[in-house]
Ligand binder design. Structure first.
Ligand code: R5P
Length: 283
């Protein structure tokens, strides 16, 4: 049975449909003191797939509770799907005294499961922090689906070198176009992003920006500014994880995007495609 955390209900439903598995009943409650309780009343299956994007501390805790609840209800095999793995970007101690947060959460998640699947973590190496078998699933190919079919001489561009493979995967799925990447510098005190443009000529071309996540939107807004200054025609923003925290969406609009598309690993109004079929293939 597929067991959904409260943050991933559409994703879990899509996964149930893609795999032909039943969607379990779940209840999410909060006690007067603020403590959470996620439960699976009537759960009866040997094999449980617990699905939850850990977009908040509550979502982390809820996932641990659901893992425990299905074991308590008799599940022998538990697979955990993290459509979006929170804290994955804190994958090393950047300055002395910092935790490796992704390792801490990976260890906790591992205690309640036999296997983990997670969609496009910031670095695939984060899978090594789990103490059970863990795999990264690539859903970037799905980002081509919402794009219009008439893109003019399209350029699939990542805002930094680390995401150029995602741009290439999206281009391959679209079927035509070039790929390139910008160089990015972030000031970690102010959060400001500086983009160093590539030599690619963008004048009158449609550009598809591709990244793993849009969080504050600073990276994409800065990239759009550069592309607009250099005469790009339309600029589309695509990402696997549309976190779009705080005023990110407004930043993108003010920068002049044509459209923004993401998957349902984080359920937002811009979640135009589901990453669930990519996960279903690996289950
Ligand atoms: C970092 O390298 C990631 O791939 C993203 O580019 C980054 O996390 C996006 O963050 P923001 O939207 O806050 O600029």
């Amino acid at each position: 049975m597929i067991v959904s955390g409260s943050t991933s209900q559409a994703f879990a439903a899509a996964l149930a449909e893609a795999t032909g598995r039943e969607l379990a009943a779940v209840e999410y409650d909060r006690f007067p003191d603020g403590e959470l309780q996620a439960a699976v009343p009537g759960f009866a299956a040997d094999d449980a797939v617990v699905v939850g994007s850990t977009v908040s501390s509550d979502a982390h805790l809820e996932l641990l509770q659901l893992q425990d609840a299905v074991r308590e209800a008799g599940a022998g095999e538990v697979t955990t799907v993290l459509p979006y793995m929170g804290y994955a970007r804190q994958d090393r101690a950047f300055t002395a005294g910092e935790p490796v947060s992704s390792r801490a959460v990976a260890r906790a998640v591992s205690t309640g499961t036999d296997r983990v699947l997670t969609v496009n973590p910031h670095e695939t190496a984060v899978c090594d922090f789990f103490t059970v078998p863990a795999e990264a699933v690539d859903a970037a190919g799905r980002l081509a689906e919402p794009l219009p079919s008439d893109l003019a001489d399209p350029l699939f561009l990542s805002p930094d070198e680390g995401a150029v493979d995602l741009a290439a995967t999206t281009r391959d799925a679209y079927g035509r176009g070039a790929t390139d990447y910008f160089e990015k510098e972030r000031d970690y005190d102010t959060g400001e992003v500086e983009i160093e443009p590539s030599d690619a000529v963008v004048t009158d071309r449609d550009v598809v920006l591709v990244d793993d996540i849009v969080a504050t939107g600073s990276t994409m807004a800065e990239s759009i500014d550069v592309l607009t200054d250099r005469g790009a025609a339309r600029v589309f923003v695509t990402c696997v994880h549309p976190m779009l925290a705080a005023n990110a969406r407004t930043k993108l609009e003010r920068a002049g995007i044509t459209a923004v598309f993401g998957t349902d690993t984080i359920e937002r109004q811009v979640s135009a495609v589901s990453a669930a079929p990519a996960v279903a293939d690996r289950l």
